[in-house]
Design a protein around this ligand. Structure first.
Ligand code: MF3
Ligand code: CO
Length: 249
């Protein structure tokens, strides 16, 4: 499959789907508190998507049952919202969502701490993971390579004393949730696909406090750290423009 270059009209549509994703995440994060369940977050997302007339991108994707992925603590990605999963003070929860608007996808994730009593190292994990996404985005410009992006992310993560997950990667995005190319959160400068104006990619570092290995639970979805350490996840959909990255979400 080839990388699909988007026209400025298509990128305008992706600004709208990206904006909708941002509004959903901003809405859902208000519901993160001790005692809330991950199903409460799912319900808030469903309501907001209805209000925005946005179609959920994840529900039904390869049989995935919900509009959000909610991954708590050692869960890395693809945690399934549940009325039985009650958030407590000191937890972290990654909220990942996507929508389709006018045929175009947006995809974004953020990780939120529950309550005010979050250990220092947990807070640092969130800060470093978000900063690694920022550095990856700063590396995006025409002529740069995916190795430049991955290396930028990886350096920030490893300098912080954490590790980058290898088994899941970011992706191209457009009229499908997952398009070429794959966007690893690790790599070497100068290697890999060259970026061109009009490409749109989702960069999504998944960062473990311990080792990089993950395993998928018997529900077929939930990925957890092999060593039980905490994991954080941030994601933005970004367009490659002549001036560099434009964050769409
Ligand atoms: N952000 C994730 C991804 O881009 C979410 C997909 S989960 C699924 O792969 F539910 F849609 F499968
Ligand atoms: Co994604």
């Amino acid at each position: 499959m080839a990388i699909i270059i988007k026209t400025s009209q298509e990128i305008e549509k992706m600004r709208r789907s990206g904006q909708a994703v941002r509004e959903v995440l901003e809405h859902v994060r208000k519901f993160v508190k001790a005692g809330a369940t991950t199903q409460d977050l799912e319900n808030a997302a469903v309501a907001k998507m209805r209000e925005l007339n946005a179609t959920p991108a994840f529900k039904g994707y390869r049989g995935y049952p919900c509009v959000l992925c909610t991954s708590v603590n050692e869960e890395v990605v693809h945690g399934i919202p549940s009325a039985k999963r009650i958030l407590k003070d000191g937890d972290i929860v990654s909220i990942d969502t996507g929508v389709i608007l006018d045929g175009y996808y947006g995809d974004s994730a953020t990780t939120v701490a529950v309550g005010a009593t979050v250990p220092e190292r947990t807070r640092k994990l969130l800060e470093v993971t978000e900063a690694s996404l920022g550095r990856g985005i700063e590396a995006v410009k025409p002529g740069a390579t995916l190795g430049d992006v991955g290396a930028a992310v990886q350096e920030v993560v490893e300098a912080g004393g954490f590790s980058v997950v290898r088994d899941f990667v970011g992706h191209g995005i457009g009229t499908k949730l997952h398009e070429d190319p794959q966007v690893p959160n690790f790599g070497r400068r100068g290697l890999g696909q060259k970026l061109r104006e009009g490409m749109v990619i989702a960069i999504e570092p998944m960062v473990n406090a311990g080792g990089p290995d993950v395993q998928v639970l018997s529900d077929g979805w939930t990925a957890v750290t092999q060593d039980g350490s905490l994991s954080a996840h941030f994601e933005h959909t970004v367009a490659v423009t002549a001036k560099g990255a434009e964050i769409l979400t």
